[in-house]
Design a binder for this molecule. Sequence first.
Ligand code: ZN
Length: 599
Amino acid sequence: MISYQIQVKSAEAHIFEIRCELEASATTAQRFSLPVWTPGSYLIREFAKHVLTVRAEVNGMPLAVGKIDKHSWQCAAAGGRVALIYEVYAFDLSVRGAYLDTARGFFNGASVFVWPQGREAEPCSLLIAASEFAVDQHWRVATSLPRAEIDQAGFGQYLAATYDELIDHPVEISNFEMHTFEVRGIRHRLALSGKHHGDLGRLIADVSRICEEHIRFYGEVPFTEYLFQLLIVGDAYGGLEHRASTSLIASRKTLPRVDESEQGDDYRTLLGLFSHEYFHAWNVKSIKPAAFIPYDLSREAYTSELWLYEGMTSYYDDIALVRSGVVCESDYFKLLAQTITRVLRGSGRLKQSVADARFDAWIKFYRPDENAPNALVSYYAKGSLIALALDLTLRCESSNERSLDDVMQALWLRYGKQSVGVPQGEVENIVAELAGAAAARFLHDAVNGTADLPLERLLREFGLTHRLRAAESAEDLGGAPAKSERRHGSLGVRAEGKTDPKLLHVFDGGAAQIAGLAAGDQLLALDGLRITNGLDKALRDYAPGHKLRVHAFRRDELLDVKVSLDDAPRDTCFLQADDSATAKAVTARRDWLKLSTDA
Ligand code: ZN
């Protein structure tokens, strides 16, 4: 048994103290390492940079310890109870790291717990100690870790079968609100931290229906109970999946207001986040690439099928919203059209296949720079469109007898449920088995190629028209028809700021790039008039083809360039139910979205 202990050392200085203790061999020096990445987020994060002090003990007496690489420490060989005791600076508000201030504590295990090398498979105990500060603040503990002996506030002993399990249950320590609800007899909890005025009753009712849909989808659950940890802040968005819980961070504006019954885009985004991370309890926490069993947390763990885990999950997170009745059909089409728009707006999709994400996630995707739209494709968004295209293809070719649902269920039954890693290429094999070689080839080409998917043709078979138009402003995310027929000139950029806007991205082949403008340039004036109300509004006065004089600063040097405005690209999608669709197409659509036929 490896014994861990964590406690608040100083909330004001954001320091947790952690102790990892085990019975060590008298002849071998024991090494301890901190993960360099966390499962679910494929980037080297170097959590060890937050370790402040390290010391060691044997049987309660000081023991020599030294650092041997950027994330590992080695104790001198000593028989008996060897402990590594270290302090971690915790001030990362993201769901991947650790955070501690006078209002709240949180940690994702991978960012704080070392593993004793060679002893990873042993059972672990974790004592979450009630420090004086935590007791004074009336803090409580919310985690899905199996409990051994805890007090009413949740402090005390927890157990994990292995190190892998220990770091797969994040811990919230604060004055959170706790809401409990049952779905199919399984206890679900929502621990919410942060100030808000949201309608939690409505949120829980909607989340329950989404959970119900995912459980119906697989027919069984991989956990005995489930915990949603939600942190509400002014402006942030993210989630990290775990086997029996998820940590979510979202903006206050995404919560439904007590006095409103309408469903806004922001609230739908929050529901999509709940849905996404919950679906991951099956897809990636249970149905896992063989390369992740076990996770190698000391270096990058490459798997070519990240798209399968993130793309499929991104497809099912939104479709579950309509299948569960939480969003209406037309709002689902809006979400789908916005995903199509997101993919179309980056020319990176024509250069990078989602299969290439195998390596590139680790160096590109989680650290997008100014050239990201020209350089990379999101394996979330493009992956979800591949899932959509494959689903519709399987349905078309089998007269709606087969679908992507069968593929996911086969993956669950053969791999996830059996705790066996999914071998590379297995999804293509399952598709071939269920629907034939042509469907498997379609999938292979979609994943390994960069051509746009035949969505317009496929959606037509389901009575949907797929239309493209130019974006009307930077806020135009797609999903709806144009408000105006008027077309204005485009610079081919994304900019921020109202006065002297700064270029964030300069798109390949666009007017700005051709004229020599670059990301970071600050645009001062168009045709001698200062830009004071944003670039979109300033460009509205000019037609495509118009030649403009642009003044800009690059660093502290003034640029004076001539630009010939483009016709804005037709990269904004909206989908509409086709009134002239055949009864067969309408039935196929309702079957796809699991809508009752008489609705
Ligand atoms: Zn995900």
